[in-house]
Each structure stands twice: as C-alpha cells, then as structure tokens.
Ligand binder design. Structure first.
Ligand code: MV4
Length: 662
C-alpha cells in the first residue's frame, strides 16, 4: 500500500480523504492557497505546502506546482477529490508521466465521457438504455428536423459539449423547432465553442437516480447500490439519499448492471457514477457518467458499510475490489443534506463571512458530519460555499427523515446566512416525507419551503431578553469577597427591583421591553402583555419557562447581535444600547460597566470611605464619558480595573462594602 499520498484539494473532501488515509497508516501531504493557511485540511495533514494566491486558477488548479510538490515530498499518488483537477485529462496524464499514481480512472476514460454524443454512442453499443432521440454527427437542419419528427414532442435540445444542465432547450412542437434550434446552437457556440446538438424525448417528471460503480485494474466491476439526487436547485444537488425510494429490486439490478456495462465499456478503474433519468413508469435512461468520487458518496457508505476512499486507495494500489457483487449488501436508509453559506430569501445568493458561532450535532452511528471548517473560519468568495454535509442513517426512510430533522436542529451557525432552515423545511415537508421526489420538487413546493417562523414574536423577544440579561450576569466577575452584596449575583440590585428598559431591533421594527428582575426570575413587559420568565443560561443554552411553557433555545450574543436557535429556525435581533442605559443604571447605583468601553479615571482607592452618589469611576464608551457612582455609603473593598483598561459591558468595576451582611 502507498505510504504517502498528496491530496490536491481543500475543504471537506480533503479532510475526508486524510481521515481514511490516516486510518490506513498512510501519510498525507496537503496543499493550500493563501486563503487556507489555517484551514482544517492543512491542520489534519502530516505536512502541507503553500501553492499560491486564493483564486483556484492560481492555486488548486496549478497542476504543474502540485506535481512538483508530490515529487519533492515523496508522495506516491495524488488524490484529486472532486472538482478542481479531478476530471482533467491533462492532469491525469501528467501524473502518469511523472511516475505518480492518479487516484482515479485512466485519462482515456475521463475523455470518453467528455462529449455527450460520443458518450451516448458508447453507451448504445454497451446496451445501456438511452432516451429515444438523435445523437449523430450530421447536424444539417433538414436531418435534425426529420429526427425531431421521429422523436416526437415535447423534445429537448441538448448541447453535445454541454453538461450540468447548460445549453438545454425544451421544444413543444414542430412550429417552434427552427427558432429553438437556431437559438440553442448560438448559445452552445458561445458557451462551449461547439454548436452541435442532440435531440431527446423530453421527460417531464423525471427523477435523478445514479449508480455508484467501482472497477479494479483487472477489469472487474461492481455496483454499490444507487442514490436518489432528485431534489436539486438549478442543477445543484440539495438532498441525496440511498436507496432510491420505490425502486423495485428488478429495476435496481437492471440499472446497476447497465451502469457496470457503461463503466466497463470505457475500461474504467476506480470510483465512478453513472447518472440515469428515472421515469414514473420505472424506465430509466443513461444521462451522464461522472469519473470521480462524488460529493454525495457518504450515503452509499452509510447503507453499504463500506469506506469508498479506502476502496479507491486499494484499487489505485492494484488490489482487487474488496467485495464481489454478491457480497454487497445494503442496510437501512441514509440521507445527506448539503449545508451552504447562502441566503434562501435572496434567491440563494451565496453568502460570505466568518463562522462566528458553530455548533454541530453529536456524531454517532446515526449522524455523520463531513466538513472542512471550524468555528472562526471564513467562508470566502474564492471557493464553493458548502459548509458541510450532514448525513444521517436509520433502519427506515421515515426514521432517517426524523433523524435529519433533529440533526438540522442541532446544527447552529451564526455569523453568516445558511440554508439550514430551508433544508429543515424541505426534509420536514409532507411531499418529501412521502418521497414525492422529482427534479421539480423545490420549484413546485416553494410555499412549504419558506415557512412562517416557528416562534411567535413575543415569545422570541422574551427569550432574547432572558438570554441577554442572563449572559450579562454571567459576564460579571466574581468579587474577591464572596459575601459582598456587589458580587456576581448582583444581590444588591436584586433587592431593589427596578424596571429595566431593553429595546430590541428585529428587521426594521423596534420593540421596547421593560423588565423587572429578581434573581433568575423576570417579568417582561412587551406591548400590552406581561410574561413571567424563568431563565437559566448555561454557556450557550438557555432553559426558560414563559408563563408556564417550558422551552429551551441555544443562542449566540456577539457585540449587539443576538441569534437564537429554535427547532431549526433562527431568530435574530440587535440590542439597542442607548436605551438601557447608563442613566437609569447609574442612578440606581450599579457598579457594572454600562457598555463596552474603557476606564478613563478611577477616583477612589481601596479602603476609601465613600458616600452614596459619589463618582467612583469614569468610563468612556461610544465616544461619551459616563460616571459610575456609589450606590450606597460604604468602604471600597476592591477595584477590578486600572485606568486605560478595556472593560466588557456588564463587568463589575469596583466593590463596596456597605456593612450590610446578607
Ligand atoms: C433531461 C431531462 C428531461 N428529459 N433529459 C439536467 C442536467 C443534465 N445532465 C440533464 N438534465 C436533464 N435532462 C431529458 N431527455 C431533465 C433534466 C433535468 C434534470 C435532470 C436531473 C436532475 C435535475 C434536473 C433538473 C432539470 C432538468
């Protein structure tokens, strides 16, 4: 077996490959761009080499540099992951020319699938079912028109050089054909430099079902079940699962065997995927073949119990396939959801930013998280905005769906927009639960996928208030004197109940709250209502009882921004500083910093006798000076900060012994 490999990729797939290689005792060399110096894949690898600036074209696509580094570091093989150089025939050839094993198929197999019409011709010869239509070289308009008549309507014009849904056009009848053809040819010429078209009967309600195939270097090939990837958005997969719901054993076997024939027809080696369009009547047709390990491979791993990266390494080393076709068994059901940094409310615009707060579900036999990022990492414009793949497994599809709903509720991110809530709604939607899977799923269930908030606004505001107040309390330092009335419990304040105003901004609206506080019990006045709140904050976890309704949320309060996480939904609000302020708190005699700021002057020493109302500390915050005054007569027992120190909002600045023991 190899003792050292190079991973020519980044993100979750680089981490995924390193994990298996390490388990097999193989050393890993990573490469990284300027943006990825502190990335997880770099930290996980045994060594890592810088390859260039952030743009892929100057880093992860630099075949020449990567091969140099492989040679220099003594890596015997290169795993390309997916994307980047994974389906680049020149790179596969360059590896070979430099005596490095390319962990993937021969370049000839990659090339064979590059043209749609050539691929269809190969598949036809191999007896793989094709959508009825025309994929010949002759592109004369008269012939294409005749082929269109033969095919029938609606039909689909596809660019021979296209892929991933680019350059397709539906034609409803012969009257539309000439114009549609001319337009499609123009588009294809512009996009791919090749105007050639193929014609297919258009399937209106297809599903995307793909077969995982594996071949060794001796020409043996098997299939490892199928995946249903029908839930897509603009040809981007969103949810994937294995097995495909409702597929008969006969169809599964026929599709699997067709896929193996497809792979063997191009002398395939390693992991590949043959994609089929699956029609409502159970018929299926070759769509394309992907000559790499795919993003969604984990669902196959979960149902087969196999590690496909381990298989890739074994096959690349020259070993036979680990299992025969008869030994491949599937168990239960797996679903994968792709978590993206994007804003579903803005037509899924990719989002960038820092993962300020990141909390993932516990991993187990039922839940798997494949990710390349950790809290504090940045999602930049340079690469794919996928944050993670969340994969669940259970005995039945129904249970797996429930697992996914729960796992998404435990996936919490603050700092940037994500599609978590959208995924939660999609998986929880009745049509998904009923496995009504077609490629139109998202478009036809838009209303279900953008649901109303799960929390009513008043309750959300009350929880927000509880979180903010509890976090402020816990932020205050413990005073040296555990009996001090100005200690962390704020017992002094507790003894003189006072209504604290708190203004929360939600979207464009401002909500003014008044809060009465007594220990961990609060009365929160919102609009015309009063809510009795019990709140206990443990780190990021708030357990609350609101008017007898016990509920809990997680949250993250950063500067003025609070994000609460509740049942897969988030509630965001901003704290308005001006209003709770200093004025009221100071007049009440709080010794806590009213806001983040710096200590300008300390006007007392330890041991000084002070009188109520005397100024003890002057703070500057938000470009204004604030006096912190003694709440009562007493003796200064401790001063926690020095002039010039930065202090956090809520921090106790000074302790006074008032002689009133509790
Ligand atoms: C089709 C089709 C219907 N009929 N071909 C889209 C991507 C490209 N690889 C092939 N695609 C399709 N080809 C025929 N004859 C519908 C699609 C299609 C689709 C396929 C799989 C997953 C999602 C899709 C979304 C829109 C259209």
């Amino acid at each position: 077996m190899f003792n050292k490999i190079l991973i020519a990729n980044r993100g979750e797939i680089a981490c995924r490959i390193i994990q298996t290689a390490h388990r097999m005792g193989i050393r890993c060399v990573a490469v990284y761009s300027e943006a990825d110096a502190n990335a997880r894949h770099v930290a996980m690898a045994d060594e890592a080499f810088y390859i260039g600036p952030a743009p892929s074209s100057e880093s992860y696509l630099r075949a020449d540099k990567i091969i140099e580094i492989a040679k220099e570091s003594g890596a015997q093989a290169i795993h390309p992951g997916y994307g980047f150089l994974s389906e680049n025939t020149d790179f596969a050839e360059a590896c070979e020319a430099n005596g490095i094993v390319f962990i993937g198929p021969p370049s000839s197999a990659i090339a064979a699938m590059g043209s749609k019409s050539a691929a269809k011709a190969i598949m036809e010869d191999a007896g793989v079912p094709l959508v009825p239509g025309y994929h010949g070289r002759d592109q004369s308009p008269d012939l294409l028109r005749a082929e269109a008549e033969k095919c029938g309507f609606p039909l689909l014009l596809k660019a021979v050089a296209g892929g991933g849904g680019k350059g397709m056009r539906v034609v409803e009848n012969m009257a539309e054909f000439d114009d549609a053809l001319a337009a499609a040819q123009r588009e294809a010429k512009n996009a791919f430099g090749n105007p050639d078209m193929l014609i297919e009967r258009y399937l209106t309600q297809p599903r995307h079902v793909e077969i995982q195939v594996f071949c060794d270097q001796s020409g043996n090939g098997i299939y490892l079940a199928e995946r249903d990837c029908s839930v897509q958005r603009r040809h981007q997969k969103v949810l994937e699962e294995a097995p495909a719901p409702g597929l008969s054993e006969d169809t599964r076997k026929a599709m699997g065997e067709a896929a193996v024939r497809a792979a063997q027809a191009i002398n395939y080696v390693g992991a590949g995927t043959v994609e089929f369009l699956y029609d409502v009547d159970g018929s299926f047709f070759f769509m394309e073949m992907n000559t790499r390990l795919q993003v969604e491979h984990p669902v196959t791993e979960m149902v087969t119990g196999q590690d496909l990266v381990e298989w890739q390494l074994k096959v690349a080393w020259g070993e036979p396939l680990p299992l025969t076709q008869d030994q491949v068994k599937t168990r239960g059901h797996a679903i994968e959801a792709r978590i993206y940094a994007e804003d579903p409310d803005q037509d899924f615009l990719p989002a960038t930013g820092t993962l300020r707060y990141l909390s993932t579900p516990d991993e187990s036999a039922h839940v798997r998280v494949d990710t390349g990022v950790t809290e504090g990492d940045e999602i930049s414009i340079h690469y794919d905005p996928m944050i993670a793949k969340l994969i669940v497994w259970d005995d039945t599809r129904e249970q797996a769906v429930n697992r996914m709903v729960q796992a998404l509720e435990h996936y919490r991110i603050a700092g940037l927009k994500t599609n978590i809530r959208f995924l939660h709604a999609a998986v929880d939607a009745q049509p998904f639960r009923e496995a009504e899977l077609t490629t139109n799923f998202i478009a036809s269930h838009h209303n279900l996928l953008f649901p109303k908030s799960r929390l009513d606004l008043d309750k959300a505001l009350v929880l927000a208030a509880g979180f903010i107040l509890e976090q402020r309390k816990s932020a205050e330092p413990v005073t040296a004197d555990p009996w001090s009335p100005f200690g962390r419990k704020n017992s002094w304040r507790m003894n003189s109940e006072y209504a604290q105003p708190l203004t929360l901004q939600v979207g464009d609206g401002q909500h003014e709250l008044k809060i009465l506080e007594r220990d961990d019990r609060y009365q929160v006045f919102v609009g015309g209502s009063v809510y009795h709140l019990n709140a206990k904050l443990n780190d990021d976890y708030l357990q609350a009882v609101i008017n007898g309704h016990r509920l809990s949320v997680h949250g993250n309060l950063h500067n003025e921004e609070l994000v609460l996480f509740y049942e897969g939904d988030t509630f965001k609000c901003t704290v308005y500083r001006e209003t709770y302020g200093f004025e009221e708190m100071a007049s009440e005699g709080s010794l806590a910093a009213p806001m983040n700021g710096s200590v300008v002057a300390i006007q007392a020493k330890v041991g000084d006798t002070v009188t109520a109302g005397q100024t003890l500390v002057i703070m500057e915050a938000m470009k204004m000076e604030h006096a912190i005054k003694a709440p009562a007569d007493g003796v200064v027992s401790e001063i926690f900060y020095a002039e010039g120190d930065q202090v956090a909002e809520g921090a106790e600045l000074i302790a006074i012994d008032t002689g009133e023991a509790e």
